[in-house]
Design a protein around this ligand. Structure first.
Ligand code: 5GP
Ligand code: ZN
Length: 116
């Protein structure tokens, strides 16, 4: 499958790994939007975005959020952070392998609305 994140999981594209277990991989975003910007993905390409979540695959989401919480603590994000899942065209999703952005390390803007 022609998927950048599957290639990262397969080791075909290098990444700066932050966390890994049997189901999840987390790595630094190549184009960071905050001092800490880490991407969390399920290693298996089972979901494109939040639209695909159902009873048979939703367990991985809890696993990912647990991993995010663990990594946020390890990285010292005690003042908080933001978790983002971009879904589809209006969500400006560019990689069609479900992923969650962990952003932190500085005060993030309150505004998450429509760009003028
Ligand atoms: P999206 O816009 O789909 O929510 O997020 C995709 C993210 O993947 C972007 O923030 C982009 O910078 C990141 N990204 C795209 N290609 C690569 C890559 O080859 N390596 C890494 N580490 N991040 C990537
Ligand atoms: Zn993939």
């Amino acid at each position: 499958m022609d998927c950048i994140f599957c290639k990262i999981v397969a080791g075909e594209i290098p990444c700066s790994k932050v966390y890994e277990d049997e189901k999840i991989l987390a790595f630094k975003d190549i184009n960071p939007q905050a001092p800490v910007h880490v991407i969390f993905i399920p290693k298996q390409h089972i979901l494109t975005c939040a639209d695909d979540i159902n009873d048979s695959n939703k367990e991985i989401l809890g696993d990912i959020f647990e991993a995010i919480s663990k990594v946020a603590k390890e990285l010292g994000l005690s003042d908080g952070y933001r978790i983002i899942n971009n879904c589809g065209k209006h969500g400006a999703q560019s990689v069609k392998h479900i992923h969650f952005h962990l952003l932190g390390g500085a005060q993030l803007p309150e505004d998450m609305g429509v760009r003028e």
